[in-house]
Ligand binder design. Structure first.
Ligand SMILES: Nc1ncnc2c1ncn2[C@@H]1O[C@H](COP(=O)(O)OP(=O)(O)OP(=O)(O)O)[C@@H](O)[C@H]1O
Length: 224
């Protein structure tokens, strides 16, 4: 039996940063495939290229070389309009910066993408936030949240509209073990409903829930 086509496919990605005369080779020939029903965890020490990879896969940055396809459509080196449409249709993105709107409450931040796509459900947003341990923080504003709360609200905002692919950067930074298990349960259930996720983390506990673990070292897959 052939396995289904990947929801996300990246081949031979390169990303170099230039600051003055210095060049940082953040990605050096990285490829991967994400398939429905799979939770993939991305490990690697600080500076190994995890955030750079996620940002490229999300279409928020263009790689210097290589190609990215989302659900069979090329994402890399497309106009911002095409990238925005692919992001909206297929991706849930949670970045380390939190990417929350400061003047919207927690609940409204989580409902926002669904509202823009015409798939808003206040009940579903509330339930998701409650499952992530944020039921008491629905009317708080982003500036009033701790680092761990901000990350979980950003995760809820990435998931609430039901995207096919979740890309998340350290969703459990700054949380205790019980809270980390809640986050892992939400992500695992989402993936087993036929979606896929790539989660960058430093947490061995979170990696324990993965179907597949990939390790980056100096912008390459370790052991390659
Ligand atoms: N905008 C940028 N300009 C210049 N260098 C950058 C930029 N972003 C990242 N880098 C460099 O690229 C390399 C990879 O960084 P990246 O943030 O992708 O690593 P990471 O694995 O996500 O690290 P962490 O676990 O600390 O978040 C690092 O050497 C970093 O300093």
């Amino acid at each position: 039996m052939t396995s289904p086509a990947p929801l996300l496919q990246a081949t031979d990605l390169y990303r170099f940063y230039h600051v003055g005369d210095d060049e940082t080779r953040a990605l050096r020939g990285v490829g991967l495939e994400l398939r429905a029903g799979e939770l993939t965890v991305l490990l690697g020490s600080s500076g190994s290229g995890k955030s750079t990879l996620l940002t490229c896969l999300a279409g928020l940055d263009d790689p210097d070389g290589g190609q990215i396809q989302i659900a069979g459509t090329r994402l890399s080196r497309r106009s911002e309009g095409v990238r925005a449409r692919l992001r909206a249709e297929h991706l849930g993105i949670m970045l380390q910066s939190g990417n929350l709107i400061p003047h919207l409450s927690v609940l409204d931040n989580v409902r926002l993408t669904g509202q823009l796509l015409g798939r808003d459900s206040e009940d579903a947003a509330r339930r998701l936030l409650e499952r992530l341990g944020l039921g008491e923080r629905l009317s708080a504003f982003p500036s009033q949240l701790s680092g761990g709360e901000t990350a979980r609200v950003a995760l809820a905002a990435a998931l609430a509209h039901g995207p096919q692919i979740l890309l998340a950067d350290e969703p459990t930074a700054e949380v205790d073990a019980d809270t980390e298990d809640r986050v892992a349960a939400v992500i695992t259930e989402y993936v087993h409903a036929g979606h896929c996720a790539l989660i960058a983390t430093h947490s061995a506990r979170l990696a324990g829930h993965a179907d597949r673990v990939l390790k980056l070292k100096d912008g390459r897959w370790q052991d390659e």
